[in-house]
Design a protein around this ligand. Structure first.
Ligand code: SF4
Length: 369
C-alpha cells in the first residue's frame, strides 16, 4: 500500500494501513478526550501518532499547538471542513492554532499562480473564521509570505539526502521536494521561539498526508539538538467516498463532492442523485431494508451532518428495517445540509474583511515570488 500526498488516495483496509505504517488507533485514547466530538467518537479520526502527548499537555494545562493547512486550489470542501473542526476542537482545549495557506504547494502541484491563490486564500480564511478558528489564539499565514518557513526549509534541506526524500515520496520533480521541505517547516513553525518555543503539536490531516508527517518527525529528530523540537504528533481522518460512489471525492468528478460555498440548488441536485445503499425497487427495500454501510448519504451524516448519536442510530435503524425509502431519506438529509450551508455562507460573508486584512498583513514581507 502506498500513501501519496499528491495523488489519489484509496484506502480499503484502515487496520492494515495502521499496521503497515506504524499508526496507532485513536479508540483506546477515547476516555482521554474532553467532550469528544462525533468525528472522534465514531472513528472518522481513526489513527494518530503521539496524540497522547498532546492530550496530556492539554490536561495539565501546558502549552501545546494544533497546526494544519489548506492548499488554495478552490473553496472549502468536506475534507477541509473536517480538518478545521479538529483545529477548532484543539483550540478550545487550550491549543495555539496555526493555519497555513499552502500556496507554494498549490503552485508546484497544481500550477496555481500566486496572484490567483492570494484571492482563493481570502475565501479560505473567511471559511476558517466562520467555522470557529480563533485568530486571537492562533496564526494564519501564506507559505510564500512567511520568511521563517522559508528559512527553516533551507536549513532542513541540509539534513536530507536525495535518497531519503525519494524513499518517502518516490521520484518527483525538485519543486515538489522543495514544497515537502516547506511543509515540514510549516509543521515545526509553532515550536520556534517566536511562538513560545518547543511544545507538543498535533497535525490533523487526511491519512494520505502521512508521508509529510513522517518526514517532519525525522527532521525534528535531526534538528532536535539545535531547536529542542518535540516530534510532531498527528491525527488521521478517513477519506470520505465520493457522493457518486467513487472511492474519493475529487474535483475531476463534480458530482462526487460539493463545496461549502456552492449554489444550494446544485448541492441539492448532487445529494438527490447521490449513490445510496438502496434496493432496486421500493418493494424490495421495504422487505429487505437498505444497506447504510454502502450509502454515501449515510456516510455524509456519519462524518459531518448528524452530531447526535441517537439520531444517527435511528437513521441507521429505519434504513435497515426498510421503514424509509431513499428519496424520503435523502430529502431529510438535503434539508440538514442546506441549512448548514446557508448559515455558513451567511456567516463567512461577515468575515471577508478580516480575511482580507490577514492576507494583506502578510504582504509587507519582502518576497521575490
Ligand atoms: S434509506 Fe437513507 S441511509 Fe438507507 S440507503 Fe437509502 S439513502 Fe441511504
Amino acid at each position: 500500500m502506498a500513501l501519496d500526498p499528491w495523488g489519489e488516495a484509496k484506502v480499503e483496509d484502515y487496520e492494515k494501513l495502521c499496521k503497515e505504517f506504524g499508526i496507532q488507533f485513536v479508540k483506546p485514547l477515547l476516555p482521554e478526550f474532553r467532550d469528544p466530538p462525533a468525528f472522534i467518537r465514531r472513528g472518522v479520526v481513526f489513527g494518530h501518532r503521539d496524540l497522547d502527548v498532546v492530550l496530556n499537555a492539554a490536561k495539565r494545562g501546558e502549552p501545546f499547538a494544533v497546526m494544519s493547512g489548506i492548499k488554495p486550489t478552490g473553496d472549502f470542501h468536506l475534507g477541509s471542513l473536517l480538518t478545521m473542526k479538529e483545529i477548532v476542537y484543539f483550540q478550545k482545549l487550550g491549543g495555539f492554532g496555526v493555519y497555513c495557506i499552502a500556496d507554494v504547494e498549490a503552485y508546484e502541484d497544481n500550477n496555481i499562480p500566486f496572484e490567483e491563490s492570494r484571492l482563493i486564500a481570502v475565501d479560505n480564511i473567511a471559511d476558517a473564521l466562520a467555522l470557529g478558528f480563533d485568530p486571537r489564539r492562533g496564526y494564519i499565514y501564506r507559505q510564500s509570505r512567511e520568511p521563517r518557513v522559508k528559512d527553516l526549509a533551507y536549513l532542513f534541506g541540509k539534513g536530507v539526502t536525495l535518497a531519503t526524500i525519494t524513499a518517502i515520496y518516490g521520484e518527483r520533480h525538485l519543486g515538489l521536494y522543495m514544497s515537502a521541505l516547506i511543509q515540514v517547516a510549516d509543521i515545526l513553525l509553532p515550536q520556534l521561539s517566536d511562538f513560545g518555543g518547543p511544545k507538543p503539536t498535533v497535525i490533523p490531516v487526511g491519512v494520505d498526508q502521512d508521508p509529510h508527517i513522517r518526514f517532519a518527525r525525522d527532521i525534528a529528530h535531526r534538528f532536535r539538538e539545535r531547536f529542542g523540537f518535540v516530534p510532531p504528533a498527528a491525527t488521521y481522518h478517513k477519506i470520505m467516498r465520493g457522493l457518486d460512489g467513487s472511492p474519493k471525492m475529487s474535483k475531476r468528478s463534480p458530482m462526487s463532492y460539493f463545496t461549502l460555498n456552492e449554489d444550494l440548488d446544485s448541492v441539492k441536485w448532487k445529494l438527490m442523485n447521490a449513490y445510496t445503499g438502496g434496493r432496486a425497487t421500493a418493494r424490495e427495500q421495504r422487505e429487505l431494508g437498505g444497506v447504510p454501510e454502502q450509502c454515501c448519504i449515510y456516510e455524509l451524516c456519519l462524518f459531518h451532518f448528524i452530531e447526535d448519536d441517537d439520531r444517527l442510530a435511528e437513521m441507521y435503524r429505519r434504513c435497515r428495517a426498510g421503514e424509509v425509502l431513499c428519496g424520503e431519506c435523502k430529502a431529510e438529509v438535503v434539508e440538514i445540509v442546506v441549512n448548514f450551508l446557508k448559515n455558513h455562507q451567511e456567516r463567512r460573508e461577515a468575515f471577508i474583511d478580516e480575511a482580507l486584512r490577514i492576507v494583506e498583513e502578510g504582504e509587507h514581507v519582502p518576497s521575490y515570488l
